[in-house]
Design a protein around this ligand. Structure first.
Ligand SMILES: CC(C)(COP(=O)(O)OP(=O)(O)OC[C@H]1O[C@@H](n2cnc3c(N)ncnc32)[C@H](O)[C@@H]1OP(=O)(O)O)[C@@H](O)C(=O)NCCC(=O)NCCS
Length: 180
């Protein structure tokens, strides 16, 4: 066998299926729950929570799919008191799909929807140790051409009763709508 074929399993397996991004539906809830559990580093929510995200909050959530598999997920909402803000609750991609800009595409796809027509800020919370997440949101801020600030928000002692690392509130914006 030719050495190049041995060292290039991607080529042996053939071309990767195209990735599409779409709105979630109720039937996706169970698979989304699994993806979140498999992703490592994310708090598991109840399956019921994922079902609500896939139905009531579908417009501000997105799924990445390839070859019929769900390989990426972003959940979020527009907080009732802040109609100019998209709050990202969770974002994750399957390990096999990482490092290809997929998480950024998922967020961008929601920001481009009509429901986000009035959105000029993006927020999320991140623990200090989540390097990939800091890199992701830093990249989002750069792509939007907007400043990014952060500050402790839900702290280990005051809010998590010592059970969880402090979550830092990351705020990106304001950004121009045309950037989104
Ligand atoms: C965080 C996560 C969603 C990133 O997904 P991804 O599809 O690999 O991210 P992208 O390819 O869109 O990368 C976006 C940017 O982050 C950088 N990045 C991604 N993972 C990184 C890592 N592990 N270390 C350093 N930088 C990283 C990319 O290089 C890219 O930078 P750029 O904007 O300068 O090009 C993914 O690692 C994951 O699912 N992690 C587990 C769940 C999690 O922690 N989610 C975030 C908290 S809600």
């Amino acid at each position: 066998m030719h050495l190049a074929a041995v060292s290039a399993p991607g080529r042996l397996a053939g071309p990767r299926p195209a990735i599409s991004i779409r709105l979630p539906r109720r039937e996706d809830g169970a698979r989304v729950w699994e993806l979140v559990a498999e992703s490592g580093g994310l708090d598991a929510n109840s399956l019921y929570c994922n079902l609500l995200q896939c139905s009531h909050f579908a417009e501000t959530c997105a799924i990445a799919e390839a070859g019929g598999d769900i390989i990426g997920w972003v959940s979020g909402y527009i907080p009732p008191g802040a109609p100019d803000t998209y709050f990202v609750w969770q974002v994750c991609t399957a390990e096999s799909a990482r490092g290809q800009g997929l998480a950024r595409r998922l967020i961008a796809s929601v920001l481009a929807r009509p429901c986000c027509a009035g959105v000029t800020r993006l927020q999320s919370t991140i623990t200090a140790a989540n390097t990939a997440s800091w890199a992701l949101f830093g990249g989002v801020a750069a792509a939007l051409g907007a400043p990014m600030t952060h500050a402790p928000h839900f702290t280990r002692e005051a809010h998590f009763a010592g059970r969880h690392d402090t979550e830092h509130l990351v705020s990106i914006g304001p950004f121009a709508r045309r950037a989104a």
